[in-house]
Design a protein around this ligand. Structure first.
Ligand code: NAD
Length: 353
């Protein structure tokens, strides 16, 4: 074994129904005297509840304050508000869109972020930022945007509808699967990803069976953190490149696109990646990785077809061409136009791989 692995510096607090205390401690540790709370309007009530003990200098939680993929104009408004109110800590309460907005503020100001995630997207555990302008998404990596601390409280995800929970959880599962063969993968990433698969494959069906229960939601949140930690280190593999192309070209919803595409990429790569296949099959507790994922999908009834998400049929070929151009050169299987076009068509139709 021979590898270089970078562990990102971040404190993680994980306790259900303890977010208020955890958040207060983290803001104090950062010396925050004038926090700004950015919250998804869907999580506004819980954000106000858990921030009650903070000396909040500015609430950024009105309708339109948080927008998926962080349009530049939305980022500029948040940056201006942070400057106007002399903010010294940004608290983000919401999903990947909310964390993404806090990262945009940190990117230009260096103000530290405390993330309180309410979906399973995992943005809180990466130093990756994203901004959108004129329908083009730009991403980058900068240590300043990595939240200094994450406060996980599964009770905050109880209001996330089951359908969104499933899609978001499969976004996390996709981080795990893709981390097995992504460009910088190493045995530590693969161990984190395998434990992420175990947590998510048991947690997500529990959420479907018992949406009000904490057990499934805790497992999903734990799996989401592991998945994002693996992804942050391993980088974007073929799956993420495909979703990035599709999301950008057709303005598709992030988590649902990941959910649809994942089985097709696994079926494409797994026969050419024996080590990933072995680790994933063991983590799914199934004869093969593909069979294990299929069993999980049968339990969850997730979105299956890109056409249902709004992708037009005549987009299949241009998307396949863009994917071939964007694919990681060291993907386990050569990424050529014919097979990729078949993959995208199958995902568009909702075929079972
Ligand atoms: P999101 O943050 O837009 O949330 C999805 C939906 O869930 C929204 O409608 C939101 O209002 C709702 N919601 C969130 N919390 C809720 C709650 N507690 N109760 C009820 N509803 C709630 O989407 P997402 O899937 O969490 O994140 C997607 C975004 O994050 C994308 O822009 C993606 O690019 C980015 N992302 C970035 C990284 C990274 O490392 N930088 C990683 C993953 C995702």
């Amino acid at each position: 074994m021979r590898f270089d692995h970078e562990t990102l510096p971040q404190r993680v607090r994980f306790a259900s129904r303890a977010a208020a205390a955890g958040l207060r401690t983290e803001v104090e540790l950062l010396g925050g005297l004038r926090p700004m709370v950015i919250a998804d309007p869907a999580a506004r009530a819980v954000a106000r509840e858990i921030s009650a003990g903070l000396p909040v200098a500015h609430w950024h939680d009105r309708d339109g304050d948080v927008v998926m993929h962080v349009p530049v104009a939305v980022a500029e408004r948040a940056r201006a508000a942070a400057a106007e109110h002399d903010v010294d800590v940004v608290v983000a309460v919401g999903g990947g869109s909310t964390t993404g907005l806090a990262k945009a503020v940190a990117l230009t100001s260096g103000i530290p972020v405390v993330a309180v995630p309410t979906t399973y997207a995992g943005s809180e555990a990466t130093a990756v930022w994203g901004l959108t302008e004129d329908a083009r998404k730009t991403t980058g990596t900068d240590p300043r945007v990595l939240p200094r601390a994450v406060v996980y409280d599964a009770a905050l995800t109880l209001t996330l509808p089951v359908g969104m929970s499933v899609a978001s959880g499969l976004n996390a599962l996709a981080h795990c699967v893709d981390s097995m063969w992504a460009p910088r993968t190493d045995p530590i990433d693969q161990a984190l990803a395998a434990e992420g698969v175990r947590a998510l494959r048991t947690g997500l069906p529990l959420i479907v069976k018992e949406p009000e229960g904490l057990d499934g939601r805790e497992r999903a949140l734990y799996g989401a953190y592991l998945s994002a930690t693996a992804f942050a280190s391993a980088g974007s593999g073929l799956h993420h490149k495909i979703c990035h192309v599709l999301g950008g070209m057709f303005d598709l919803p992030h988590a649902q696109t990941h959910a649809v595409v994942l089985p097709h990429v696994l079926a494409f790569n797994a026969p050419h990646a024996p080590e990933a296949e072995r680790r994933l099959a063991a983590a799914f507790d199934a004869p093969t990785a593909t069979a294990g994922l299929a069993l999980v999908y049968d339990e969850l009834d997730p979105p299956r077809a890109l056409r249902d998400l709004g992708m037009p049929e005549d987009g299949i070929t241009p998307a396949a061409e863009a994917i071939v151009a964007a694919a990681p050169p060291d993907n386990p299987r050569a990424v050529t136009l014919g097979p990729v076009r078949r993959l995208v068509r199958a995902a568009w139709e909702g075929a079972r791989p």
